[in-house]
Design a binder for this molecule. Structure first.
Ligand SMILES: *Cc1c(COP(=O)(O)O)cnc(C)c1O
Length: 389
């Protein structure tokens, strides 16, 4: 399967047929597996990764999903979790100990920021943030006890880009790990391992499912590190349900198709809104006006499905715009077939102080729009009508 193209891997890297000769992979709703002999069970327990024992450990459906993501990301190994946050948190807990330090981009997913600031100190783990537009500063933040660099690109919700090649070189030079949350780009648009990342984490809840149905998370990368994460996860229980894995494996079959359309629609909407008099700014990685356009072109196949618009007049006008949308719904999710609008400053990033928000570009007038798969003219019409008085 390694020598096949992305779309083929996403469809054909499926479980072997059972004796029933099914074409579509069935759902294995079983919490445990049986053994013919006591000796078989002993052998399974002594083999740490491969045998099916209990679905908190592994299950045919979660294995299929993980194997697909590994192929698509170009990773040696992987492990699935119940949600994106479970994948991120389990990765942190498996790799860190008291006294360790982490360097992260300041623009991280709100819950990841809360883990760094609220819980890490309780366990004696410290962190330093680097400004997304100043990766050179990373070197000055690295200490002897720094374990890894953590980043998202494009960032949520400010849609800034971080040069993966530069940061991977810094990590390598200092012999520390690079962990990348690749949720916004998906492996179809960007494969951080190719640029030198050691681990890639995902919220599969977003584009991997793509239809707003299930929660899921996955971490893939270096085999020795994934083994640690897997062993910690199978003990502590943030495991993905076989049902969600079954849904997600099927969702991946259409990831390339969906991403192509998300990107086409988002670029069209961004271009159409760029000079709108009610807007202070429109941000999308593949708009030549984007300050990180060159980085986007270098490491991404297309610009992704998320745009941000900044309304003149701050929160009052942002709120009025959101309330006037007819088709596009207000929701915290993204990466869905249905277009979604979010006001990060008052919702997903409300736990940050105003100063922290301004530092990471989340101003009061900023709205994140996850551009869906509806007809692009209908999406544009809804936005334009909501911008009109
Ligand atoms: C949603 C999201 C997460 C968390 O994923 P869940 O599946 O909701 O736990 C992590 N990182 C990014 C960038 C996200 O958008």
């Amino acid at each position: 399967m390694e020598n096949k193209e992305f779309e083929t891997k996403a469809i054909r890297a499926q479980l072997e047929r059972s004796e029933n000769n099914e074409h579509s992979v069935p759902l294995y709703l079983t919490s445990s597996f049986v053994f013919d002999t006591a000796e078989d069970m002993r052998a399974a327990f002594n083999d740490e990764q491969d045998a099916f024992i209990y679905s908190r450990y592994t299950n045919p459906n979660t294995n299929e999903f993980v194997n697909k993501v590994c192929l698509l990301e170009g990773a040696e190994a992987g492990v699935s979790m119940a949600s994106g946050m479970a994948a991120i948190f389990t990765t942190f807990m498996a790799l860190l100990k008291a006294g360790d330090h982490v360097v992260s981009c300041s623009s991280v997913f709100g819950a990841t920021h809360a883990v760094f600031t609220k819980y890490f100190p309780k366990w004696g783990i410290s962190h330093s943030y680097f400004n997304t537009n100043n990766v050179e500063a990373i070197e000055s933040l690295i200490k002897p006890e720094t374990k890894f660099i953590y980043l998202e690109t494009p960032t949520n919700p400010a849609i800034e880009l971080i040069d993966l090649e530069i940061v991977a070189a810094i990590a390598k030079k200092h012999k520390i790990l690079l962990i990348v949350d690749n949720c916004f780009a998906t492996p179809y648009l960007q494969q951080p391992i190719k640029f030198g990342a050691d681990i890639v984490v995902h919220s599969a809840t977003k584009y991997m499912d793509g239809q707003g149905r299930v929660l899921g998370g996955v971490a893939v990368g270096r085999k020795d590190l994934i083994k640690e994460i897997y062993l910690f996860g199978r003990l502590t229980g943030p495991s993905m349900s076989p049902f969600n894995a079954w849904v997600l494996s099927k969702s991946l079959e259409t990831l390339a198709l969906r991403m192509d359309r998300h990107c086409e629609n988002a670029l069209f909407i961004a271009q159409s809104l760029e000079n709108h008099p009610k807007l202070e700014n429109v941000s999308y990685p593949f708009l030549p006006s984007h300050p990180n356009y060159a980085i986007a072109k270098k490491q991404m196949k297309a610009g992704g499905g998320i745009i941000t618009i900044t309304l003149k007049g701050g929160y009052e006008n942002a709120k009025a715009f959101m309330d006037k949308l007819e088709m596009i719904k207000i929701s915290p999710n993204l990466g869905d077939a249905r277009s979604i609008a979010t006001h990060p400053a008052s919702s997903t990033h409300c736990k940050l102080s105003e100063e922290e928000r301004n530092q990471v570009g989340i101003t009061a007038g900023l709205i994140r729009i996850s551009i869906g798969l509806e007809n692009r003219d209908d999406i544009l019409k809804d936005i334009l009508e909501a911008l009109n008085d």
